[in-house]
Design a protein around this ligand. Structure first.
Ligand code: B12
Length: 187
């Protein structure tokens, strides 16, 4: 099983390690037998066509696209391009924007599903279930939703289950931000 994550390219000047995707990658490697490939299109200034070539070469079982509002247009355009490739890949989006606008994101992107909230537990369950997303908390297809806040049965959209970070006990954290020396510099 191979999971391929993409950080889309957009017109931006700040480069930072993609912490969310790195969390997902570490979790998958620790708790499943799947391989992970990360395509850093922002760092490597890749065009969509170059990304599609990498996808063809890597031939992943499932593709995840990181999505903030700042590069929403690029993320949904890329997703639609992947969905129109000859091979039918399973594609999903996650991150801040799909978390608060899951229905709109699904409609705009034509993704198979979105993940609302933290992605670690949902992706592990999806891999364990042989890529079935049925009944996994925080995972939504268009059939599951009425709008951005309401599920098809009228109840509110629920976030994914939360990973408890070792050392923090049951305390909640809004974010964890970590910096090392610049890993993108060759010096
Ligand atoms: C630290 C931080 C930064 C750092 C980044 C450091 C780094 N190494 O990544 C810096 C200062 C560089 C930065 C820059 C920007 N940031 Co910032 N940042 C944050 C902050 C405080 C924490 C992010 C973080 O690392 N979280 C921890 C990781 C583990 O969580 P995560 O990234 O959310 O990922 C989890 C889930 O979202 C999900 N997930 C994420 N991606 C995917 C993909 C898939 C496929 C799946 C299934 C799940 C999934 O699973 C992950 C693991 O649980 C958040 C606020 C917050 N509380 O989250 C704002 C925040 C994300 N930033 C924000 C913004 C606007 C920006 C900028 C656009 C600002 C600007 N105009 O320049 C840039 C964009 C940079 C970029 N290239 O993307 C907004 C985004 C709002 C939005 N609607 O999208 C936030 C939410 C702050 C806010 N409230 O306004 N940021």
């Amino acid at each position: 099983m191979k999971v391929l994550y993409i950080i889309p390219n957009f017109d931006f000047y700040v480069l930072a390690p993609p912490l969310g995707i790195l969390y997902l990658s570490s979790y998958i490697k620790k708790y499943t037998n799947a391989n992970v490939v990360i395509v850093e299109a922002l760092r490597d200034n890749l065009s969509d066509e170059q990304i599609l070539n990498i996808i063809e070469k890597e031939n992943p079982n499932i593709i995840g696209i990181h999505c903030l509002t700042a590069f929403y247009k690029q993320a949904v355009t890329l997703c639609r391009k992947i969905k129109s490739m000859q091979k039918k890949y399973i594609v999903h989006l996650g991150g801040v924007h799909p978390t608060f606008m899951p229905y709109t994101t699904l409609k705009d992107s034509e993704a198979d599903f979105v993940v609302v909230g933290e992605g670690e537990i949902p992706i592990k369950k999806i891999i364990d279930n042989n890529l079935s997303t049925k009944g996994i908390q925080g995972v939504y297809t268009l059939n599951d939703l009425k709008d951005d806040e309401t599920q098809a049965d009228g109840t509110p959209v629920k976030k994914a289950e939360t990973v408890t970070i070792s050392g923090l006990g049951n305390a909640s954290a809004d974010f964890i931000s970590a910096f090392t020396s610049c890993c993108y510099c060759k010096r």
